[in-house]
Every structure is written in C-alpha cells, then in structure tokens.
Ligand binder design. Structure first.
Ligand SMILES: [Fe+2]
Ligand SMILES: [Fe+2]
Length: 323
C-alpha cells in the first residue's frame, strides 16, 4: 500500500494490522496500530521495566553483606543486569511514543504498578538463592513466550533479557546447592526461604484466568501467548523436580503428580493476599517506593549532567557540520 492510500484508508490499515498479526509477523514502530494495542503495550512494558528496577532492591540489600567476595561479585553483576533490563524496556516503551520521565512519574505517583513479588522482604542470604531460583525462574516462564510477542522491539528486548534471566536462575540454584551441602543451620535457612517465597512466586503469574479481564485481548493481539494459569502450571512442573534434587519440600500439601493430566496438581495461592499487595498493602510496598523516590531525587544531578553533555555533543556536531 502506498503512503497516500494509507492516510485515508482507515479500514485498510486495520485489516493490514490484523493480517500481520495473523501471519505471525511483527508490528514495528513505523507501522499503524490500534490505539488499544499501543496503550496495552505501553502499560505492560512500563510495568515490566518498573519491576526490573524495583527488583534491584530486595537483593541489593545483601550486596554489602554477601558471605564471600565471589558471592558479592555474582550478586553485584545480577543486580546490575536487572538495571540493564529496565533500561532496554524503557527504550522499547519509547518506541511507542511513551516518555521515560513520564513513566517514572507514573510509578512514583502509584499510577503504574510493578510486580507484586518485590514487596516481600529478604530475611537471609538463602533468599538471594531462592529469588534466583523461583523469581527469575518464574520470570523465564513468563518471558520466553514474550520473545515471540507481536511487537518487534519488545520481543527483541526479551530475547536478550531471557538469556540473562536463565543465568540468574542458575546462580540462585547453585547458591542453594552449596548451602544444602553445608551445615544443618544452612539447610534450615534454605527451607525457610523456600517456604516464604513459594506462594508469592506462584502469584507472580497474576490472577486466575477467569479473573483476568485483559488477558483475552492481549492473547488475540499475540502480545501474550499463554494464559496466567497455563504459565503457573508450567512453572510448577519445571520446579518440582528441581526441588527434589535440591532436597527441599515445597510448602503445598496438595502438590502431587497427576498421571492422567501429565501435570502436577497443586493448591490455589491466596489471591486475596495478591490483591492486597497489588493495592499497596504488602509487607514492603512503602519501603520500596520510598527508596525508589529517594534514588530518583538523588539521581537528579546525573540526569542533568547527562542532558548537558548530550546538548554539548549535539552543538559540537552542528559546528563541525557547518565548518
Ligand atoms: Fe530481569
Ligand atoms: Fe533476573
């Protein structure tokens, strides 16, 4: 279609968009897209970016208290990776016309959310391992299908992020393996962390399918490829054998293999707790937002310096072009 035709032919653009989705091809920033599609993506990508940045906090607290130089270096690298994930994602949101400063403002004002999981406290070093194993593991289940998301810049950011998340998951599991080979007290620390993080990790997949109003449209647009319950089930199936190998018990009396279905049966997370955490009443919501706000204020000079530098570079480039 020529551009001139594209400008006046609304229905044609819509059907072209639908056809691109149906062919499993990517929508790119230059392509026409329905406003709802754009808005859904901005909301999802921003929420994802905020989660990466806020997600630095629970583990970041342990950097200065890591038990060895090796563990400190690993944790430092991991937390830094999460910052990088946030930045790729804010860039992906910018391709949809969103403004990064505005997204940050929305987070700080509580108008945009971040993942519920980061509102739980990290009480021991075993939590660092369990976060890597469960939280990065759940992130992988959620995000691997997003590598095939219909929006190009989001899908491409996900490819890179998923590679790093799988590294995070392995370092967490390796840390726990080491602790399980240690003293009785260390094994107890691991089991305690598993007990505290299991249910919140299952809640990371969101509310059950029959209570997830936006899911159907997101799946029709191929932004999302699998339902919340399906992803939750995958996570359980993936994690159960890993728990057995580690020698820990997952705190769910209903958890058992169902031969007929070829999946595990498992209990229902307390979704009223999820609602509470999402609405701001989790154990660490206030602390996480306070820290984020302070970091944003304390980083004002960095943003100002970076903008001044960019302006100077641009002015120099203009001068050179004239000369
Ligand atoms: Fe991440
Ligand atoms: Fe990660």
């Amino acid at each position: 279609m020529t551009e001139a035709a594209g400008r006046d032919a609304g229905p044609d653009l819509e059907s072209q968009f639908e056809a691109t989705i149906a062919r499993d091809q990517r929508i790119e920033p230059r392509d026409w897209m329905p406003e709802g599609y754009r808005k859904t993506l901005v909301r999802q990508i921003a929420q994802h970016a905020h989660s990466e940045i806020i997600g630095m906090q629970p583990e970041g607290e342990w950097i200065t208290k890591a038990p060895s130089l090796r563990r400190k270096a690993i944790l430092f690298a991991k937390v830094q990776d999460e910052a990088g994930h946030g930045l790729y994602l804010y860039s992906a949101a910018e391709t949809l016309g969103a403004d990064r400063a505005d997204l940050t403002e929305r987070l700080l004002e509580g108008r945009q959310k971040y993942s519920s999981i980061f509102n739980y406290p990290t009480l021991s070093y075993a939590d660092v391992g369990v976060i890597g194993w469960f939280v990065d593991g759940a992130a992988i289940c959620n995000q691997v299908p997003l590598c095939r998301s219909s929006y190009g810049p989001y899908a491409r950011a996900m490819v890179r992020i998923c590679k790093e998340e799988s590294f995070h998951q392995r370092q967490g599991y390796e840390l726990l393996m080491t602790m399980m080979r240690g003293t009785e007290a260390q094994r107890e620390m691991v089991q305690d962390a598993v007990n505290r993080w299991w249910w919140p990790s299952l809640m990371m997949f969101g509310p059950p399918d029959d209570d997830s109003p936006n899911s159907a449209q997101s799946m029709a647009w191929k932004i999302k490829r699998h339902s919340n319950d399906e992803l939750r089930r995958r996570f359980v199936d993936m994690t159960v054998p890993q728990a057995a190998k580690l020698g820990v018990t997952l705190p769910d009396p209903e958890l058992r293999w169902n031969e007929e279905r070829g999946h595990h049966d498992f209990g229902t997370p307390d979704f009223s707790e999820l609602k509470e955490v999402i609405t701001g009443n989790g154990p660490c919501n206030a602390q996480r937002m306070d820290r984020r706000r302070t970091a944003h204020e304390e980083g004002a000079w960095v943003r100002a310096a970076a903008s001044a530098h960019a302006a100077k570079q641009a002015a120099r480039a203009r001068e050179e072009a004239v000369a």
